[in-house]
Structures are given as structure tokens and as C-alpha cells.
Design a protein around this ligand. Structure first.
Ligand SMILES: [Zn+2]
Length: 188
């Protein structure tokens, strides 16, 4: 059975058994925080559990590497919506060790795209039109530095209220151990 069919079949049972009842909550985060983290599979359940967060406690925004690559992109917009519309009073940027984004090589990724049937010519045309793939697909060397960079983008954003603390943390995807690399309470 294909994954989509499996999902839909399971979903019918889920609804019939009213398994949703234990997740009932509101869209407003109980612990008044928004978390930006990585899409890594190891963090799907580990991250909220290691933070003692359950359904309803926090807003979670995810991007590869927990990166805020553009101050006016959709990640930053999500954080601002959480702050202004959904009562988030703190921001947590949480990167992790052994992150796939620290190993990305833009040329290798583009080579794979060509192997998968994307015409080389198309990539060239995009490059001529000003798309800087090296910059767009750039990896990071140190997760701590990368988290600090993302924290700086959020903290210095012209639309972020000055009283919103922005913290930077790194999680171990094996054990869930959190290390604080930038404590946002100390900067306000
Ligand atoms: Zn990652």
C-alpha cells in the first residue's frame, strides 16, 4: 500500500475512535512561546518532549537547519504572526548537532537535480538571471554560530517588539540535551 493510502486508511480509524480528544487545545500557546527548529526526523517528538512541551504549549516553526535565511521571508513572518496574533512572548531558535544543513554542498545538490532530470540549461538560465545558488544553498560550519546568526536576524528585526526575548539553543538529537548558546533574558 502506498503511503498516502496508508495515511488515509489510518486516519479514518483515528477519527472513528475519537483519538483526537486527547489533543484538544486552542491555537494560542499555553506557554506563550514560539520555537524555530530544524525539520530533522529525530526531533519530531524528541524536541517537544525534551522541553516538556505538549500539544497546545508552543508554536513550532521549522526550516532546514533552523535557519532564518531572509528577514522578510516566510519563517520570519511566521514568528511575527506568533508574536502579534497568537500571544507568543518569547522566541526560541533551536539548532541541533549533526544537522544535514551543515553538510549541504550546493554543487552536489545541483548535480543531483540534473541526475533527476532537471535540465542543466535551466540551472544556467537561473544563474544568469541572478539566482545565487551558492548563497541560497549554503551550509554552515558551526551550529552554535548558525544559531547565533538566526537569533540576531530575529532579535534585530525592525518589526519585533523590544520586550520579546530571543534565545538560542542547540539540542543533541541523540539524547535531547539542550545547551543555551544565547540567553535572550540577558540582552533586554
Ligand atoms: Zn537539521
Amino acid at each position: 500500500m502506498k503511503l498516502l493510502d496508508e495515511i488515509i486508511e489510518y486516519n479514518q480509524q483515528f477519527i472513528e475512535a475519537k483519538k483526537y480528544e486527547e489533543f484538544t487545545t486552542t491555537k494560542f500557546p499555553e506557554k506563550k512561546a514560539v520555537v524555530l527548529s530544524c525539520m530533522d526526523t529525530r526531533l519530531v517528538e524528541l524536541l517537544p518532549r525534551a522541553m516538556n512541551m505538549k500539544n497546545g504549549d508552543i508554536k513550532i516553526v521549522k526550516s532546514a537547519g533552523a535557519l532564518v535565511s531572509h528577514p522578510f521571508g516566510s519563517i520570519m513572518r511566521s514568528i511575527l504572526v506568533a508574536v502579534y496574533e497568537l500571544n507568543a512572548e518569547e522566541v526560541y531558535v533551536i539548532g541541533h548537532h549533526d544537522c544535514g544543513m551543515s553538510k549541504i554542498d550546493s554543487q552536489t545538490l545541483l548535480d543531483k537535480a540534473i541526475e533527476r532530470g532537471i535540465p542543466e540549461k535551466r540551472i544556467e538560465v537561473l544563474e544568469y538571471s541572478g539566482i545565487d545558488f551558492k548563497q541560497w544553498l549554503k551550509s554552515f560550519g558551526s551550529v552554535e554560530e548558525s544559531v547565533k546568526d538566526s537569533v540576531a536576524v530575529v532579535r534585530n528585526h525592525p518589526l519585533l517588539p523590544a520586550d520579546v526575548p530571543v534565545h538560542g539553543l542547540v539540542i543533541d538529537p541523540g539524547t535531547g540535551k539542550l545547551d543555551v548558546v544565547d540567553n535572550g533574558y540577558h540582552t533586554n
